[in-house]
Ligand binder design. Structure first.
Ligand code: NAP
Length: 263
């Protein structure tokens, strides 16, 4: 299933575009000729990226600053996109952050915010933009989850659980969407060097370097996978090879190993 073609009145709305994977999605999609609408909180970064992409690729690129855990601000996004005279042909639901460490030491407020950005916001944004795609029988949603969602994740319990929600939600809607000419694809990266883990002492930092992937390779795999109509995309041969073990192995075998790695 191909991606919707670039058009002057269509856009790709990318959340978390001020950094990491979201910024790379914006760069690669603009290089393919797509107009992009960039959502995150740090407006100066979004504006600089929009200027860069418009100058380099001649596409429409607009910053749309928004705190996605603010319910009203989030709900106003479709109207703000419409004011720009644009239609969302693709949604890349990517914004997020990760808590880490033993759960008895966690900041509960941060845990709740994490659920709101990784679970609630993904459901709401899909709910705001996907039904129109179904009506048009055209569109693509890329939900950025993680291999963290393939099994419970001791020492990052809230993050793993939130990503499990994202994987389950994306796989289910993918299966519904196929009958409507719309692609919903779930990108599940392993560890990638972005700002995500810089902000906290996350146990994932201790994973061996051969497992780490580069942003461009991860994003290229995500776009190519969506273009091929893939339900779940796991970039990187090593991570892809290990994923069936953590995803399908009995918990009593997988969990002690995962706990040891993430301790
Ligand atoms: N890096 C990895 O190893 C890895 C692996 C698997 C999956 N992922 C997933 O990939 C996605 C992107 O992460 P990343 O690695 O690219 O991390 P990142 O560099 O820290 O980027 C996170 C992005 O999310 C945005 N964001 C966070 N809270 C927000 C809020 N309340 N409202 C609006 N935007 C918000 C941030 O923008 P502002 O701060 O400007 O708002 C930023 O643009 C996340 O869902 C993450 O879980 C990452």
């Amino acid at each position: 299933m191909a991606l919707p073609p670039p058009s002057t009145d269509g856009t790709v709305l990318i959340t978390g575009a001020s950094s990491g994977l979201g910024r790379e999605f914006a760069r690669q999609l603009a290089a393919r000729g797509y107009g992009v609408t960039l959502v995150a909180r740090r407006e100066a970064r979004l504006r600089a990226l929009a200027d860069e992409l418009a100058a380099e690729h001649g596409v429409r690129a607009e910053p749309l600053p928004c705190d996605l855990i603010d319910e009203q601000a989030r709900a106003a996004l479709p109207a703000r996109v419409a004011e720009l005279g644009l239609r969302v042909d693709m949604l890349v639901s990517n914004a997020g952050f990760a808590t880490g460490g033993p759960f008895h030491e966690t900041d509960l407020g941060r845990e709740i915010e994490q659920i709101r950005i990784l679970c609630e916001t993904q459901v709401v944004l899909t709910g705001l933009f996907y039904p129109d795609m179904v009506r048009r029988r055209s569109g693509t949603v890329i939900i950025v989850a993680s291999t963290a969602g393939f099994q419970p994740l001791p020492n990052s319990a809230g993050y793993g659980a939130a990503k499990a929600h994202a994987v389950s939600f994306a796989e289910a809607v993918h299966t519904e969407a196929r009958r409507h000419g719309v692609t919903v694809s779930c990108l599940c990266p392993g560890p990638v060097r972005t700002e995500l883990f810089e902000k906290n002492d996350h146990p994932v930092e201790r994973l061996p370097s051969p497992l780490w992937l580069d942003e461009p390779d991860v994003v290229r795999a995500g776009i190519d996978g969506a273009e091929r109509g893939k339900r779940v995309v796991v970039p990187g041969a090593l991570i892809r090879g290990g994923a069936p073990f953590t995803r399908l192995a009995p918990r009593f075998l997988a969990l002690p190993i995962v706990e040891r790695i993430f301790r």
